[in-house]
Design a protein. Sequence first.
Length: 277
Amino acid sequence: MDLTVEERRGLVEAGHEKISVGRQCELLGISRSGLYYKATGENGYNLQLMRLIDEYYTRYPFYGVRRLTEWLRNGGYKVNHKRVKRLMREMGLYAIYPKPRLSKGGEGHKKYPYLLKGLMIGYPNQVWSADITYIRLNQGNMYLMAIMDWYSRYVVSWSTSITLDVGFCLEALDRAIGKGCPEIFNTDQGSQFTSDVFTGKLDGAGIRISMDGKGRVFDNIFIERLWRSVKYEEVYLKDYKTVREAESGIRKYFEFYNNERLHQSLEYKTPATLHFQ
């Protein structure tokens, strides 16, 4: 029986005499970074600002540092541009119009074309896309990566981490292509997605790679809408205290999203209904 990521994490023994935690994670096929939650070290005032920035940026992703700073000032918060910029960097939000860039661009990577312009999406597993978003916790933050099928909006796989390294993205990708492969895989030009190890897995599986133009939010619009649903229907309502609590809540939400949530754009069908038709 296949174990979930959370169940495999539960098998790790921190004080094992012979096998290090890193080696246990390697053997279990999980990312070490997702094992532990570490507070960001920010004070309570900064954490409050980060929560406000996250909510407002989710609603208005075209707002950059200066507009967010003025919005906070109008709300009575004493902030300057430098503080807002630093907090956004801590959260993985980059003030590049018109979307937050949680996956920072890789320098000198191989260029891949955007293959979806004018493409008719007509069946499951024709196109998958992936992205990363910031998830707030009661005393810190984590990151969520998800892979979505464009036709059905089905969330094929997902993973979390407290860092923006490529490891948790590979975990989600391995689980996804273990179930099947799309014809095209679309992402932004973030360093996680342009890394040789990530693109190598796609190439090895015979999947065509498509990448958004820099700063073009509508190139990956479906997964942008997914983030808004996740945050407004789950994250902002729960106030998670730990990574494990967040993972449990997100897991339940994605089960609901895939199997029960009716989508107006899908003529009030669920993603699972279309994906497995």
